[in-house]
Design a protein around this ligand. Structure first.
Ligand SMILES: [Zn+2]
Ligand SMILES: [Zn+2]
Ligand SMILES: [Zn+2]
Ligand SMILES: [Zn+2]
Length: 514
């Protein structure tokens, strides 16, 4: 909407002879606001005339919006004519520069705020961010069993509490988990799976050395496939000659039936005693002869005796025990498993109206950074650190070192201890500026180090363009689409400028709603 609006045909705020490009510069100068305002006044009059003729619900709502905008314009015109202020000190000049920086990077803030605001007062202060990082190490003794391999045992040593072992040093606050095998603590014990024999019953054949033949289920005979177990077949020679098509049809039926019959045979072979509904007995069709391939419908199975030799143990009934690889022995190693986790604590010392989440993004000035290798003393304040900041840090470090939640279950076989602590103290300077703009009092904060200043304010003068844009948006809608038929739903959502907040002022909430 704003782009259209910039080039809107109805826009006539430019002074004669100026083009749009110059106009852009005009907007940077609040002196032009008066000129813009009178233009908007005229527009509002136009709009009012148009709107008043309508009476629909939507028009009533529009009237309210226009009325509100008009009210803002009225208030805007009560603001004194803006003239650039002259700084009276180097500090004030710096503050004005910063305010201009702020309005340059935040399009919601009045343009060139630093040039036109009245600086009432300013004060500087600082907050400190205390960051304590603690690397917690958890050690636990674990027993790992493995098949005995005959490897050297080493000299036997006594088992010590987990923290008495000197383990490889770990550097850095973040460290991966690791394991260390302890020398001289291996036990060689008998394998309980095989009772120390190294042998175990073959699992495939359950120690029999053989299994029942799956083809004949141990019966040594299987059904003859030629006669489907009947023992006789049709005597085809006897068959009368049939017309070609009848023969074709019968052949087809026979082949389908045979396939179905095979399926049922398969099911019966699995041991399910079901009759075969499509297997028509050849005896029903005519003469039969004994099956040439079998005796009484059965043939010998290839297994011969109903059993098959177990392929896993080749009939030996036992195999090597998998637990001990056949050695009959297990070696138990002792290992210390180490895990590390990092806890980061932040605390802001000092008061300011700047929310902590904003301060967290500040870089600040790192004044103190050290690995805490010994107990900190509240009285031994390092140079350049305020006493209360140091005291807070000492308390924080102390509380974390004896963290009961972490140290809860310390015993000779396991425990958790702080194995590295790093303390960082960061100074974040800030300046609080009281100023007036358009007959209203405001405050803004500049924080963080030089060259990386950040700004915070919970309310500030809004950029004039925003109100202007609102009025233009309303007028464009009203004058181009006509007051008769306002687009439903567009009235409220179309105007991006919030009209319910006081003019010239934006609050933090407003910013979040955008
Ligand atoms: Zn074993
Ligand atoms: Zn047969
Ligand atoms: Zn068999
Ligand atoms: Zn076997």
């Amino acid at each position: 909407m704003s782009d259209e609006w910039e080039q809107g045909p109805g826009y006539s705020a430019e002074q004669p002879g100026q083009n749009n490009q110059n106009n852009q510069n005009n907007q940077n100068n609040p002196n032009n606001q008066n000129q813009n305002k009178s233009d908007i006044d005229l527009r509002l009059e136009d709009i009012k005339r148009t709107v008043i003729q309508g009476a629909s619900e939507a028009q009533v709502r529009l009237k309210r919006v226009v009325g509100k905008a008009n009210e803002y314009i009225q208030q805007a015109q009560t603001a004194p004519t803006m003239t650039p202020r002259t700084p009276t000190s180097v500090e004030e000049q710096r503050i004005r520069q910063l305010a201009n920086m702020w309005s340059n990077e935040n399009w919601r803030v009045a343009r060139e705020l630093g040039t036109y605001m009245d600086v009432v007062s300013w004060s500087t202060d600082e907050v400190w961010e205390v960051t304590l990082q603690t690397r917690w190490e958890t050690r636990s003794l674990e027993t790992i069993s493995a098949p005995y391999t005959g490897s050297a045992q080493g000299k036997p040593k006594p088992l010590l509490p987990v923290w008495d072992y000197e383990l490889p040093p770990v550097t850095g606050l973040k460290a991966p988990a690791s394991r260390t095998r302890l020398e001289g603590l291996d036990d060689v014990v008998a394998c309980t799976s095989c009772n120390g024999t190294g042998h175990a019953l073959c699992e495939t054949c359950a120690g029999r050395g053989w299994y029942v033949c799956p083809d004949c289920k141990g019966r040594t005979k299987i059904r003859c496939s030629t006669c489907r177990g009947r023992g006789y077949i049709a005597d085809w020679v006897q068959e009368e000659k049939k017309p070609f098509f009848k023969r074709q049809a019968e052949n087809f039926t026979t082949s389908v039936n045979e396939k179905v019959a095979d399926v049922f045979d398969g099911i019966r072979n699995q041991g399910v005693p079901i009759p075969n509904p499509v297997d028509t007995d050849p005896a029903n069709k005519g003469k039969t002869v004994p099956c040439p391939d079998c005796v009484n419908g059965e043939v010998d199975c290839t297994c011969g005796n109903g059993k098959r030799v177990c392929e896993t143990c080749q009939g030996a009934k036992t195999t090597f025990c998998v637990n001990c690889n056949g050695t009959g022995k297990i070696v138990r190693h002792r290992e210390i498993a180490r895990q590390f986790d990092l806890r980061v604590q932040n605390k802001v010392v000092g008061t300011s109206a700047i929310p902590e989440r904003r301060l967290a993004s500040a870089n600040g000035e790192l004044v103190y950074s050290a690995e805490l290798t010994e107990t900190l003393y509240a009285d031994a304040v390092p140079e350049g650190i305020p006493t209360d900041v140091w005291r807070t840090s000492v308390e924080l470090a102390h509380a974390e070192s004896v963290n009961p939640e972490k140290m809860g279950r310390d015993n000779p076989l396991s425990g958790t201890r702080a194995s590295l602590q790093v303390l960082e103290l960061v100074r974040i300077p800030y300046t609080k500026v009281d100023y007036r703009y358009g007959n209203q009092n405001y405050i803004f904060y500049v924080y963080d180090g030089e060259g990386q200043e950040k700004f915070y304010s919970d309310r500030y003068p809004a950029r004039w363009d925003r109100i202007e844009r609102l009025v233009r948006a309303i007028s464009t809608d009203l004058l181009t689409t006509g007051a008769e038929e306002p687009k439903s739903g567009s009235q409220a959502s179309g105007y991006r400028v919030p009209v319910e907040v006081p003019p010239y002022t934006i609050t933090e909430d407003d910013e979040h709603n955008q």
